[in-house]
Design a protein around this ligand. Structure first.
Ligand SMILES: *Cc1c(COP(=O)(O)O)cnc(C)c1O
Length: 418
Protein backbone atom coordinates (compact mmCIF):
# COMPACT_ATOMS: atom_id res chain seq x y z
CA UNK A 1 0.00 0.00 0.00
CA UNK A 2 1.15 3.54 -0.78
CA UNK A 3 2.72 5.05 2.35
CA UNK A 4 1.74 7.70 3.43
CA UNK A 5 -1.73 6.26 2.80
CA UNK A 6 -3.98 8.11 0.34
CA UNK A 7 -7.55 7.64 1.65
CA UNK A 8 -8.72 11.13 0.57
CA UNK A 9 -7.48 10.58 -2.95
CA UNK A 10 -9.04 7.14 -3.03
CA UNK A 11 -12.39 8.67 -2.04
CA UNK A 12 -12.21 11.68 -4.34
CA UNK A 13 -10.61 10.19 -7.43
CA UNK A 14 -10.42 6.40 -7.35
CA UNK A 15 -9.09 6.29 -10.90
CA UNK A 16 -5.96 8.30 -10.11
CA UNK A 17 -5.65 6.64 -6.68
CA UNK A 18 -5.57 3.23 -8.36
CA UNK A 19 -2.81 4.41 -10.67
CA UNK A 20 -0.77 5.85 -7.78
CA UNK A 21 -1.09 2.51 -5.96
CA UNK A 22 -0.09 0.66 -9.11
CA UNK A 23 3.00 2.83 -9.54
CA UNK A 24 4.01 2.29 -5.90
CA UNK A 25 3.69 -1.47 -6.38
CA UNK A 26 5.62 -1.33 -9.64
CA UNK A 27 8.46 0.54 -7.94
CA UNK A 28 8.41 -1.99 -5.08
CA UNK A 29 8.65 -5.06 -7.30
CA UNK A 30 11.25 -3.92 -9.82
CA UNK A 31 15.00 -3.70 -9.82
CA UNK A 32 15.17 -0.03 -10.73
CA UNK A 33 18.40 0.71 -12.55
CA UNK A 34 17.57 3.99 -14.28
CA UNK A 35 20.65 5.99 -13.37
CA UNK A 36 18.78 9.24 -12.76
CA UNK A 37 16.17 7.74 -10.42
CA UNK A 38 15.95 6.91 -6.74
CA UNK A 39 13.51 6.41 -3.86
CA UNK A 40 12.90 9.44 -1.63
CA UNK A 41 12.21 9.00 2.07
CA UNK A 42 8.70 9.08 3.47
CA UNK A 43 9.61 12.41 5.09
CA UNK A 44 10.43 13.87 1.67
CA UNK A 45 7.16 12.47 0.30
CA UNK A 46 5.20 14.11 3.12
CA UNK A 47 6.85 17.52 2.59
CA UNK A 48 6.15 17.25 -1.14
CA UNK A 49 2.48 16.59 -0.46
CA UNK A 50 2.06 19.44 2.03
CA UNK A 51 -0.03 22.65 2.03
CA UNK A 52 3.07 24.61 1.03
CA UNK A 53 1.89 23.92 -2.51
CA UNK A 54 -0.88 26.50 -1.88
CA UNK A 55 1.47 29.47 -1.46
CA UNK A 56 2.85 32.07 -3.87
CA UNK A 57 6.15 33.64 -2.90
CA UNK A 58 7.88 35.30 -5.86
CA UNK A 59 11.19 36.78 -4.78
CA UNK A 60 13.60 35.63 -2.09
CA UNK A 61 13.34 35.38 1.70
CA UNK A 62 12.78 38.86 3.14
CA UNK A 63 12.24 40.30 -0.36
CA UNK A 64 8.93 38.87 -1.58
CA UNK A 65 6.22 40.28 -3.81
CA UNK A 66 3.36 38.61 -1.92
CA UNK A 67 2.40 38.79 1.74
CA UNK A 68 2.04 35.89 4.16
CA UNK A 69 5.63 34.61 3.97
CA UNK A 70 6.02 34.06 7.74
CA UNK A 71 6.45 30.34 7.17
CA UNK A 72 7.79 30.07 3.64
CA UNK A 73 10.77 32.35 4.35
CA UNK A 74 12.25 30.13 7.08
CA UNK A 75 11.55 27.04 4.96
CA UNK A 76 13.57 28.45 2.06
CA UNK A 77 16.27 29.79 4.41
CA UNK A 78 16.68 26.31 5.90
CA UNK A 79 17.03 24.78 2.44
CA UNK A 80 19.61 27.41 1.44
CA UNK A 81 21.63 27.08 4.65
CA UNK A 82 21.67 23.29 4.44
CA UNK A 83 22.75 23.39 0.77
CA UNK A 84 25.59 25.79 1.60
CA UNK A 85 26.71 23.64 4.52
CA UNK A 86 26.45 20.33 2.68
CA UNK A 87 28.41 21.43 -0.39
CA UNK A 88 30.59 24.09 1.26
CA UNK A 89 29.56 26.88 -1.11
CA UNK A 90 29.02 30.63 -0.58
CA UNK A 91 25.63 30.74 -2.23
CA UNK A 92 22.69 28.48 -3.04
CA UNK A 93 19.55 29.16 -5.06
CA UNK A 94 17.02 26.39 -4.40
CA UNK A 95 14.21 27.69 -6.60
CA UNK A 96 14.84 26.21 -10.09
CA UNK A 97 11.91 24.01 -11.07
CA UNK A 98 14.18 21.29 -12.40
CA UNK A 99 17.65 20.66 -13.84
CA UNK A 100 16.93 22.05 -17.30
CA UNK A 101 15.58 25.40 -16.03
CA UNK A 102 18.55 25.60 -13.64
CA UNK A 103 20.88 25.35 -16.63
CA UNK A 104 18.82 27.87 -18.60
CA UNK A 105 19.28 30.28 -15.70
CA UNK A 106 23.04 29.94 -16.16
CA UNK A 107 22.73 30.99 -19.82
CA UNK A 108 20.59 33.96 -18.84
CA UNK A 109 23.07 34.94 -16.14
CA UNK A 110 26.30 34.74 -18.11
CA UNK A 111 25.59 34.77 -21.86
CA UNK A 112 23.82 36.88 -24.46
CA UNK A 113 21.99 35.14 -27.31
CA UNK A 114 24.55 34.15 -29.94
CA UNK A 115 27.42 33.93 -27.46
CA UNK A 116 29.47 30.75 -27.42
CA UNK A 117 28.93 27.99 -24.89
CA UNK A 118 30.96 24.81 -24.69
CA UNK A 119 29.62 21.52 -23.41
CA UNK A 120 29.82 17.80 -23.86
CA UNK A 121 27.95 16.44 -26.88
CA UNK A 122 24.79 14.50 -26.07
CA UNK A 123 25.92 11.26 -27.78
CA UNK A 124 29.16 11.39 -25.77
CA UNK A 125 27.28 11.61 -22.46
CA UNK A 126 26.46 15.32 -22.16
CA UNK A 127 23.02 16.80 -21.49
CA UNK A 128 20.65 18.45 -24.00
CA UNK A 129 20.99 21.74 -22.13
CA UNK A 130 24.76 21.88 -22.62
CA UNK A 131 24.26 23.32 -26.12
CA UNK A 132 22.88 20.37 -28.07
CA UNK A 133 21.21 21.41 -31.35
CA UNK A 134 17.58 20.51 -30.66
CA UNK A 135 17.65 22.31 -27.30
CA UNK A 136 16.98 26.06 -26.96
CA UNK A 137 20.56 26.21 -25.65
CA UNK A 138 21.85 25.01 -29.00
CA UNK A 139 19.43 27.13 -31.03
CA UNK A 140 19.82 30.47 -29.31
CA UNK A 141 23.52 30.21 -28.50
CA UNK A 142 26.60 29.30 -30.52
CA UNK A 143 27.66 25.93 -29.27
CA UNK A 144 30.97 24.11 -29.39
CA UNK A 145 30.77 20.49 -28.31
CA UNK A 146 33.49 18.20 -27.04
CA UNK A 147 33.31 14.42 -26.89
CA UNK A 148 35.30 11.47 -25.62
CA UNK A 149 38.23 9.59 -27.14
CA UNK A 150 37.16 6.61 -29.18
CA UNK A 151 39.80 4.28 -27.71
CA UNK A 152 39.10 5.13 -24.08
CA UNK A 153 35.50 6.38 -23.94
CA UNK A 154 36.78 9.16 -21.68
CA UNK A 155 37.08 12.95 -22.14
CA UNK A 156 40.46 14.07 -23.45
CA UNK A 157 41.29 17.39 -21.79
CA UNK A 158 43.86 18.22 -24.48
CA UNK A 159 41.02 18.16 -27.04
CA UNK A 160 38.86 20.26 -24.72
CA UNK A 161 41.69 22.79 -24.36
CA UNK A 162 42.26 23.01 -28.12
CA UNK A 163 38.54 23.51 -28.72
CA UNK A 164 38.30 26.16 -25.98
CA UNK A 165 41.28 28.07 -27.41
CA UNK A 166 39.73 28.01 -30.88
CA UNK A 167 36.14 28.85 -29.84
CA UNK A 168 36.70 31.16 -26.81
CA UNK A 169 33.43 30.19 -25.05
CA UNK A 170 32.02 32.45 -22.34
CA UNK A 171 30.76 29.42 -20.41
CA UNK A 172 32.09 25.87 -20.27
CA UNK A 173 29.89 23.09 -18.92
CA UNK A 174 31.42 19.95 -17.49
CA UNK A 175 29.40 16.97 -16.33
CA UNK A 176 26.65 15.02 -18.06
CA UNK A 177 24.09 12.27 -18.02
CA UNK A 178 25.99 9.20 -19.11
CA UNK A 179 29.53 9.64 -17.81
CA UNK A 180 30.74 6.54 -15.94
CA UNK A 181 34.05 8.11 -14.89
CA UNK A 182 35.28 10.75 -12.44
CA UNK A 183 35.05 14.30 -13.77
CA UNK A 184 38.36 16.16 -13.61
CA UNK A 185 37.12 19.47 -12.18
CA UNK A 186 40.63 20.96 -11.63
CA UNK A 187 41.53 20.09 -15.24
CA UNK A 188 38.42 21.82 -16.60
CA UNK A 189 39.03 24.80 -14.29
CA UNK A 190 42.50 25.32 -15.70
CA UNK A 191 41.11 25.42 -19.25
CA UNK A 192 38.27 27.77 -18.29
CA UNK A 193 40.72 30.10 -16.56
CA UNK A 194 42.98 30.18 -19.60
CA UNK A 195 40.19 31.26 -21.96
CA UNK A 196 38.36 33.46 -19.44
CA UNK A 197 35.20 31.32 -19.33
CA UNK A 198 32.89 30.71 -16.39
CA UNK A 199 33.16 27.02 -15.51
CA UNK A 200 29.82 25.43 -14.70
CA UNK A 201 29.85 21.96 -13.18
CA UNK A 202 26.52 20.25 -13.81
CA UNK A 203 26.52 17.57 -11.12
CA UNK A 204 22.87 16.55 -11.59
CA UNK A 205 23.78 12.87 -11.62
CA UNK A 206 26.55 12.77 -9.03
CA UNK A 207 25.41 15.37 -6.48
CA UNK A 208 24.66 12.67 -3.90
CA UNK A 209 28.08 11.13 -4.43
CA UNK A 210 29.74 14.54 -4.05
CA UNK A 211 27.71 15.27 -0.89
CA UNK A 212 28.58 11.86 0.51
CA UNK A 213 32.29 12.12 -0.29
CA UNK A 214 32.24 9.40 -2.98
CA UNK A 215 33.17 11.73 -5.87
CA UNK A 216 35.53 14.76 -5.79
CA UNK A 217 33.74 18.08 -5.31
CA UNK A 218 33.76 20.83 -7.95
CA UNK A 219 33.75 23.49 -5.22
CA UNK A 220 36.80 25.71 -5.54
CA UNK A 221 37.13 24.77 -9.23
CA UNK A 222 33.78 25.63 -10.83
CA UNK A 223 32.43 29.10 -10.03
CA UNK A 224 28.91 27.87 -10.66
CA UNK A 225 27.42 24.43 -9.95
CA UNK A 226 24.04 23.25 -11.12
CA UNK A 227 22.33 20.13 -9.90
CA UNK A 228 19.03 18.38 -9.81
CA UNK A 229 17.90 17.28 -6.37
CA UNK A 230 16.18 14.02 -7.36
CA UNK A 231 18.94 11.76 -8.69
CA UNK A 232 21.69 10.42 -6.41
CA UNK A 233 20.95 13.30 -3.99
CA UNK A 234 17.64 11.54 -3.25
CA UNK A 235 15.35 14.54 -2.86
CA UNK A 236 12.18 15.68 -4.62
CA UNK A 237 12.14 16.61 -8.31
CA UNK A 238 13.84 20.00 -8.30
CA UNK A 239 17.18 21.70 -8.75
CA UNK A 240 19.68 24.15 -7.28
CA UNK A 241 22.27 26.56 -8.56
CA UNK A 242 25.25 26.85 -6.23
CA UNK A 243 27.94 29.48 -6.70
CA UNK A 244 30.77 31.49 -5.23
CA UNK A 245 29.96 34.92 -3.81
CA UNK A 246 31.03 36.71 -6.99
CA UNK A 247 28.44 35.02 -9.20
CA UNK A 248 25.61 34.85 -6.63
CA UNK A 249 23.72 37.98 -7.65
CA UNK A 250 23.69 37.11 -11.36
CA UNK A 251 22.41 33.62 -10.57
CA UNK A 252 19.58 34.88 -8.36
CA UNK A 253 18.49 37.52 -10.88
CA UNK A 254 18.46 34.95 -13.65
CA UNK A 255 16.29 32.43 -11.74
CA UNK A 256 13.87 35.14 -10.60
CA UNK A 257 12.73 37.41 -12.21
CA UNK A 258 14.72 36.31 -15.25
CA UNK A 259 13.22 32.92 -15.87
CA UNK A 260 10.67 31.83 -13.30
CA UNK A 261 7.72 33.05 -11.30
CA UNK A 262 6.72 31.65 -7.93
CA UNK A 263 8.95 28.98 -6.42
CA UNK A 264 7.42 25.56 -5.67
CA UNK A 265 7.46 25.87 -1.89
CA UNK A 266 6.39 22.27 -1.23
CA UNK A 267 9.43 21.21 -3.26
CA UNK A 268 11.67 23.67 -1.41
CA UNK A 269 10.57 22.12 1.89
CA UNK A 270 11.24 18.64 0.57
CA UNK A 271 14.66 19.75 -0.71
CA UNK A 272 15.41 21.03 2.80
CA UNK A 273 14.40 17.64 4.23
CA UNK A 274 16.54 15.75 1.73
CA UNK A 275 19.53 18.03 2.41
CA UNK A 276 19.04 17.42 6.13
CA UNK A 277 19.18 13.69 5.43
CA UNK A 278 22.31 14.17 3.33
CA UNK A 279 23.98 16.01 6.21
CA UNK A 280 23.60 12.91 8.39
CA UNK A 281 26.74 10.73 8.48
CA UNK A 282 24.72 7.75 7.23
CA UNK A 283 24.42 9.47 3.85
CA UNK A 284 28.16 9.02 3.27
CA UNK A 285 27.73 5.28 3.76
CA UNK A 286 24.91 5.28 1.19
CA UNK A 287 27.00 7.27 -1.33
CA UNK A 288 29.97 4.92 -1.02
CA UNK A 289 27.68 1.89 -1.21
CA UNK A 290 26.21 3.25 -4.47
CA UNK A 291 29.70 3.30 -6.00
CA UNK A 292 30.61 -0.12 -4.60
CA UNK A 293 27.43 -1.58 -6.07
CA UNK A 294 28.11 -0.02 -9.48
CA UNK A 295 31.66 -1.39 -9.44
CA UNK A 296 30.38 -4.84 -8.48
CA UNK A 297 27.68 -4.73 -11.17
CA UNK A 298 30.25 -3.63 -13.77
CA UNK A 299 32.62 -6.44 -12.75
CA UNK A 300 29.86 -9.04 -12.93
CA UNK A 301 28.76 -7.79 -16.38
CA UNK A 302 32.37 -7.87 -17.65
CA UNK A 303 32.62 -11.46 -16.35
CA UNK A 304 29.64 -12.29 -18.54
CA UNK A 305 31.32 -10.85 -21.61
CA UNK A 306 29.51 -7.51 -21.82
CA UNK A 307 31.32 -4.45 -23.21
CA UNK A 308 31.17 -1.34 -21.01
CA UNK A 309 31.91 2.17 -22.22
CA UNK A 310 35.26 3.18 -20.68
CA UNK A 311 35.64 -0.40 -19.45
CA UNK A 312 33.93 0.12 -16.09
CA UNK A 313 32.84 2.80 -13.67
CA UNK A 314 34.02 5.18 -10.95
CA UNK A 315 30.57 6.33 -9.93
CA UNK A 316 26.93 5.14 -9.86
CA UNK A 317 26.62 4.58 -13.60
CA UNK A 318 27.42 1.76 -16.01
CA UNK A 319 26.98 2.17 -19.76
CA UNK A 320 26.47 -1.16 -21.54
CA UNK A 321 27.59 -1.24 -25.18
CA UNK A 322 25.55 -3.99 -26.84
CA UNK A 323 27.17 -3.63 -30.28
CA UNK A 324 28.90 -6.99 -29.87
CA UNK A 325 25.72 -8.75 -28.67
CA UNK A 326 23.85 -8.23 -31.92
CA UNK A 327 20.88 -6.58 -30.18
CA UNK A 328 19.86 -2.91 -30.12
CA UNK A 329 19.60 -0.90 -26.91
CA UNK A 330 15.86 -0.34 -27.34
CA UNK A 331 14.73 -3.98 -27.68
CA UNK A 332 17.14 -4.83 -24.86
CA UNK A 333 15.68 -2.15 -22.57
CA UNK A 334 12.14 -3.31 -23.40
CA UNK A 335 13.06 -6.94 -22.65
CA UNK A 336 14.69 -5.86 -19.38
CA UNK A 337 11.56 -3.95 -18.38
CA UNK A 338 9.38 -7.00 -19.04
CA UNK A 339 11.87 -8.96 -16.91
CA UNK A 340 11.38 -6.55 -13.99
CA UNK A 341 14.60 -4.63 -14.55
CA UNK A 342 14.08 -0.98 -15.35
CA UNK A 343 16.72 0.79 -17.45
CA UNK A 344 16.90 3.13 -20.44
CA UNK A 345 18.32 2.73 -23.90
CA UNK A 346 21.14 5.16 -24.51
CA UNK A 347 23.57 6.18 -27.23
CA UNK A 348 27.14 5.06 -26.77
CA UNK A 349 30.01 7.25 -27.99
CA UNK A 350 30.50 6.86 -31.78
CA UNK A 351 27.25 4.90 -31.91
CA UNK A 352 26.78 3.23 -35.30
CA UNK A 353 22.99 3.10 -34.76
CA UNK A 354 20.37 5.89 -34.73
CA UNK A 355 19.61 7.96 -31.58
CA UNK A 356 16.07 6.50 -31.23
CA UNK A 357 17.46 2.98 -31.52
CA UNK A 358 21.01 3.22 -30.20
CA UNK A 359 23.48 0.55 -29.11
CA UNK A 360 23.60 1.14 -25.39
CA UNK A 361 21.71 0.59 -22.17
CA UNK A 362 22.43 2.86 -19.21
CA UNK A 363 22.35 1.41 -15.70
CA UNK A 364 22.70 3.06 -12.30
CA UNK A 365 22.78 1.78 -8.74
CA UNK A 366 21.39 4.65 -6.64
CA UNK A 367 17.83 3.32 -6.32
CA UNK A 368 18.76 -0.30 -5.57
CA UNK A 369 21.29 0.90 -3.00
CA UNK A 370 18.56 2.91 -1.27
CA UNK A 371 16.49 -0.29 -1.18
CA UNK A 372 19.38 -2.00 0.61
CA UNK A 373 20.89 -4.20 -2.09
CA UNK A 374 24.62 -4.76 -1.66
CA UNK A 375 27.56 -6.01 -3.74
CA UNK A 376 26.44 -9.54 -2.87
CA UNK A 377 23.32 -9.22 -5.06
CA UNK A 378 25.05 -7.61 -8.05
CA UNK A 379 26.14 -10.88 -9.73
CA UNK A 380 22.49 -11.99 -9.54
CA UNK A 381 21.37 -8.72 -11.15
CA UNK A 382 24.02 -9.14 -13.87
CA UNK A 383 22.78 -12.69 -14.49
CA UNK A 384 19.21 -11.43 -14.95
CA UNK A 385 20.43 -8.72 -17.34
CA UNK A 386 22.38 -11.31 -19.33
CA UNK A 387 19.42 -13.69 -19.50
CA UNK A 388 16.95 -10.93 -20.45
CA UNK A 389 19.15 -9.47 -23.18
CA UNK A 390 19.62 -12.97 -24.57
CA UNK A 391 15.88 -13.69 -24.33
CA UNK A 392 14.60 -10.66 -26.32
CA UNK A 393 11.23 -11.80 -27.69
CA UNK A 394 10.94 -14.85 -25.38
CA UNK A 395 8.14 -13.62 -23.12
CA UNK A 396 8.03 -16.80 -21.07
CA UNK A 397 11.65 -16.45 -20.02
CA UNK A 398 11.29 -12.67 -19.42
CA UNK A 399 8.25 -13.27 -17.18
CA UNK A 400 10.17 -15.98 -15.32
CA UNK A 401 12.97 -13.49 -14.60
CA UNK A 402 10.41 -10.87 -13.49
CA UNK A 403 9.09 -13.37 -10.96
CA UNK A 404 12.57 -13.97 -9.55
CA UNK A 405 13.23 -10.20 -9.43
CA UNK A 406 9.97 -9.51 -7.55
CA UNK A 407 10.77 -12.30 -5.11
CA UNK A 408 14.17 -10.79 -4.28
CA UNK A 409 12.82 -7.24 -4.00
CA UNK A 410 9.99 -8.33 -1.67
CA UNK A 411 12.69 -8.70 1.00
CA UNK A 412 13.78 -5.05 0.79
CA UNK A 413 11.53 -2.33 2.24
CA UNK A 414 10.68 0.69 0.15
CA UNK A 415 9.96 4.16 1.51
CA UNK A 416 6.56 5.05 0.07
CA UNK A 417 5.25 1.47 0.40
CA UNK A 418 4.09 -0.39 3.45
C1 LIG B 1 18.98 15.18 -15.45
C2 LIG B 1 19.93 16.20 -15.92
C3 LIG B 1 19.52 17.51 -16.20
C4 LIG B 1 18.07 17.92 -16.31
O1 LIG B 1 17.29 17.73 -15.25
P1 LIG B 1 15.68 17.73 -15.44
O2 LIG B 1 15.24 17.83 -14.04
O3 LIG B 1 15.36 16.46 -16.14
O4 LIG B 1 15.33 18.92 -16.26
C5 LIG B 1 20.49 18.45 -16.50
N1 LIG B 1 21.79 18.11 -16.55
C6 LIG B 1 22.20 16.86 -16.33
C7 LIG B 1 23.65 16.55 -16.40
C8 LIG B 1 21.29 15.85 -16.02
O5 LIG B 1 21.72 14.61 -15.83
Amino acid sequence: MHDPAIPSLTGADPEIARLVQAEARRQFEKVRLIASENYVSTAVLEATGSVLTNKYSEGYAGRRYYEGQQVVDPVEELAVTRARTLFGVDHANVQPYSGSPANLAVYLAFLEPGDTVMGMALPAGGHLTHGWGVSATGKWFRSAQYGVRKETGVVDLDEVRDLARAERPKVIFCGGTAIPRTIDFPGFAEIAREVGAVLVADIAHIAGLVAGGAHPSPVGHAQVITTTTHKTLRGPRGAMVLSDAEHAKAVDKAVFPGLQGGPHNHTTAAIAVALGEALDPSFGLYAHAVVQNARALAAALLDRGFDLVSGGTDNHLVLLDLTGRGVGGKPAAKALDRAGIEANYNTVPFDPRKPFDPSGVRLGTAAVTTRGLTEEQMPRVAEWIDRAVTAVGDEGELDRIAGEVAELMSGYPMPGWA
